[in-house]
Design a protein around this ligand. Structure first.
Ligand code: HEM
Ligand code: HEM
Length: 129
């Protein structure tokens, strides 16, 4: 497994554990702030679910199509943007201006993943003779 995939899987496991702790906290609190729900939901759905999909996807999807990952360095950039975006976004209230900036970082990272996998699924160009 590439370091990129391993990093995503490791990050997803950490976010899952943190999100689970926040979920349990919410059960114990009598009424919880909206920000806690926001963090729980997105650490689970972007941190745990999306990142495990990124990690496993980078490994398996190009292999399914018999082609290498089109842009491995772009994958590394996407790893940093996804993590910075997520940690940044859940550190602020949902509609805080800084959360908006990190939300844009997250959308860019999602676009990079889509682009990279899309390009990886294209049939390889024939070798010039
Ligand atoms: C230890 C595990 C978990 C605990 C203790 C937990 C706990 C909670 C609690 C207390 C709420 C608030 C419910 C309410 O007040 O209506 C909640 C909401 C939510 N949780 Fe979790 N949760 C856990 C795992 C997960 C996982 C694995 C996911 C997704 C992959 C998830 C996704 C959500 C979502 C989307 C909501 C918001 C639902 C809504 O919009 O009303 N949770 N969770
Ligand atoms: C670019 C990434 C994302 C951004 C910027 C974003 C942003 C937001 C914002 C601003 C809210 C409203 C929070 C509030 O008003 O309290 C929200 C709610 C929610 N988002 Fe996301 N989100 C993203 C990705 C996702 C993904 C990938 C999922 C699911 C797979 C998801 C599931 C939810 C759910 C279930 C809620 C409702 C939570 C609640 O009950 O308050 N989001 N999101």
């Amino acid at each position: 497994m590439s370091p990129l995939s391993k990093n995503f899987v490791r990050a997803s496991l950490i976010y899952f554990f943190i999100a689970a702790i926040l979920g349990v906290l919410m059960i114990f609190m009598k009424g919880y702030p909206a920000q806690l729900l926001f963090a729980h939901v997105h650490l689970n759905l972007l941190g745990w679910m999306s990142m495990i999909v990124f990690g496993v996807g980078y490994h398996i999807l190009p292999r399914f199509s018999g082609t290498p990952l089109a842009y491995p360095k772009l994958g590394n950039l996407q790893f940093y943007l996804a993590n910075i975006g997520l940690v940044g976004m859940v550190s602020f209230r949902p509609l805080h201006p800084l959360a908006e900036i990190f939300a844009i970082v997250l959308v860019v990272s999602a676009g990079l993943f889509v682009f990279n996998i899309w390009m990886s699924l294209l049939p390889p160009k024939p070798e010039p003779e």
